[in-house]
Design a protein around this ligand. Sequence first.
Ligand code: NAD
Length: 249
Amino acid sequence: MNQLKFKGKWALVTGSTRGIGKEIALELARQGCSVIINDSGRSKDDAESMMKEIQQLKAEGVYLTADVSNFQSCMALAEQIRQKCGKLDIVINNAGITKDRTLKKMTEQEWNEVIHVNLDSMFNVTHNILDLIPDNGRIINISSVVAFSGNFGQSNYAATKAGIIGFTKSLAKELGKRKITVNAVAPGFIRTPMTDNVPVEMLDGILNLIPLKELGMPEDVAHAAAFLASPEAKYITGAVLRIDGGLGF
Ligand code: NAD
């Protein structure tokens, strides 16, 4: 494999100081990409250790804080990217949160926070950086298998992840003439801080439903995202790639 497939390219990975986003940014950096690392600025330690890892790979990295749920913050992010990088070849809309509760007990705030971070972010980030994406650019949005199946206690989260798929397919139609591809990735259960809190009994139940009998790793999602970002994926757009060990197919 060409190790420096993404040389000369800039990628923004939102929510990339830990978990899946971090692994996607590291994989792109390993393949020669310059990466913009982002989070909302709440965890300095995560950001510092991520930037050290980028340096160890001898890749170019810039850390820019922005709250993806906030339009003004994303406008400022786009302006910083314009000044520092001049263009943005690859956008990975990854940042996401959960606030799980059955609908009956869910507060308006829990509903709104998840919608703002997971779904409004698609508009906030992508609308503001669109002019920086050259022809043949790549947009990859991180959805989830719960977009298809739903999940107990996740009506807010599943609604955003299904919304991301509609957003992805619509934008793929709008940007096709510029050869910009727009795809979604739908991970199943991946071992990250987000899933660390799932109770052991529930995890056993989940493993029973997964034909491959194990949780996925952030690298599994990162390899798929890097493929969709690559020149080899130029004829794939509007697609949703499940990375779920066969869960519920
Ligand atoms: P994580 O909680 O480990 O990491 C989330 C990242 O997003 C962190 O860096 C956090 O700082 C950042 N973030 C949160 N709110 C933000 C905001 N308002 N602005 C900017 N950054 C913000 O989560 P993860 O498990 O790595 O999940 C990453 C993505 O993958 C999410 O969209 C999630 O919904 C999706 N996903 C995860 C799984 C899983 O099993 N872990 C499964 C399916 C989909």
